[in-house]
Design a protein around this ligand. Structure first.
Ligand code: GLC
Length: 434
């Protein structure tokens, strides 16, 4: 275990650039929003200055309207498509003048990451001082979401692109792409020069990804226009869970800092409304799980994925509902031939255990589930998620994602995508200490 931890530290140190971390070499050469949060949790255990710098660098790229982008293009690098010149964040009048970025977001993890850093810190006073110096930026980001991403004033925010979800090519998006008539673009991908195409999204999926961005760009990334016109407009349970969890952390941290009563009050209001709508709208009784909602076409997307169980992490379901969800999780995802937790329902015909978010296990979702299960008292299942995570990494290395079928893990080749992947290392460090 000590050895595994040392290897994880080495992965993180190698992906550190001096002011932020890359998710992994070649495939992802910039700073990604939710990656930076998970990475900071890992660094917090052995190098707090790096953890703090990671977050400060991300927050430095915040726009004047509170928006924090999904990718910050700190450097010129043509090994990634689509890069800065495709995304054109400069089209938005309030975009950062200092950094080029995408014009979309990623799950808002930063709030709860700050609280995790505080918990881990052995110099609470210094940590709280650091947190006090950045927390308003995170609050401003939440305000951006509630003001601009909730057109029906429900307390649930939408995402307008599958890349905003973090679960890029989940089979859930198939339902939406069927409603779209995307052009057949000509472009040169870079991801498939680094990784086997069988493990990555298809060309047709990329057409849809680009098409949604083209529509947003036509309107200079105006939130209002996107809400009105984007063919992709989804209320995602994972994304909203991250926001709710982060709200909770901001409340706790503001209380420690003292003052800020207006912000605490506002956060509490958001929190109450968000949780209520989440439970009313995103829970599917029949499936026994939380699901996505297609706001553009006004219909639930009735698929079970690892995101379906993430609300455990933010204390959203009642105990009774949590029990039901865990039963569903173990029935569908948890038999003895499977590692926990596949990213998509292994009993569905859309399941593909090799292809990115269409089935493989991802360590960040395992970390979220591990903590959520523990919080609700499902100690044995939480312990299994932890042990499965350790096993997969020990057998294969610090990969980006892993085959969920145990039978594939006999020759050390069941890790897919990028290797030496930062958040796999960072969150393993945290789980080993926990
Ligand atoms: C992929 C993942 C996304 C992650 C990014 C960088 O796009 O789907 O969640 O943030 O890689 O690691």
């Amino acid at each position: 275990m000590i050895k595994l931890q040392e290897q994880a530290i080495e992965v993180l140190n190698n992906n550190w650039t001096g002011s932020f971390s890359i998710p992994c070499a070649n495939l992802y050469p910039f700073q990604w929003k939710w990656d930076s949060g998970f990475i900071a949790i890992g660094f917090a255990h052995f190098d707090m200055p790096k953890a703090e710098k990671e977050i400060s660098t991300l927050l430095d790229a915040q726009w004047e309207n509170g928006f924090i982008p999904h990718i910050v293009f700190h450097t010129e690098n043509d090994s990634y498509f689509p890069g800065a010149s495709f995304h054109r964040s400069d089209l938005h009048p309030l975009a950062s003048k200092k950094y080029k970025s995408t014009g979309m977001v990623q799950p808002p993890v930063t709030g709860f990451v700050l609280e995790e850093m505080y918990k881990v810190s052995n110099n609470k006073e210094a940590s709280l001082k650091y947190i006090a110096s950045v927390i308003d930026k995170v609050y401003f980001n939440h305000e951006y979401f509630y003001k601009n991403r909730d057109p029906q004033n429900e307390g649930l925010v939408y995402i307008y692109h599958n890349w905003e979800s973090g679960t890029d090519n989940s089979p859930i998006w198939d339902d939406i792409f069927e409603t779209m008539d995307s052009p057949d673009y000509t472009f040169e991908r870079r991801d498939t020069t680094h990784v086997d195409a069988a493990q990555r999204p298809s060309k047709r999926e990329y057409d849809h990804y680009l098409h949604i961005i083209e529509i947003a760009k036509e309107h200079n990334y105006s939130d209002e226009k996107i809400a009105e016109l984007s063919p992709f407009l989804v209320q995602d349970p994972l994304f909203n869970t991250m926001l709710i969890k982060s709200n909770e952390s901001l409340i706790a941290l503001y209380k420690l800092i003292g003052g800020n009563n207006d912000k605490i009050e506002q956060l509490e209001k958001w929190q109450e409304k968000s949780k209520k709508s989440f439970n009313n709208k995103l829970y599917d009784e029949e499936l026994g799980a939380y699901i996505h909602y297609d706001l553009r076409n006004e219909k639930p997307l009735r698929h079970v994925s690892s995101s379906s169980f993430s609300p455990l992490f933010a204390g959203i379901p009642s105990n009774e509902r949590a029990q039901k969800m865990v039963t569903v999780m173990m029935d569908k995802f948890g038999n003895e031939n499977q590692y926990l937790c596949a990213s998509f329902d292994p009993t569905s015909n859309r399941f593909n255990p090799k292809k990115y978010w269409r089935g493989p296990v991802w360590i960040n979702l395992n970390w979220i589930l591990y903590n959520g299960l523990k919080a609700y008292g499902f100690k044995d299942i939480a312990a299994r998620v932890k042990q499965d995570t350790i096993d997969m990494i020990e057998k294969n290395g610090f990969y980006e994602y892993f085959d969920s079928r145990k039978e594939m893990h006999t020759d050390g080749k069941a890790g897919y995508g990028g290797n030496h992947f930062s958040w796999s290392a960072a969150l393993l460090i945290d789980m080993l200490k926990n």
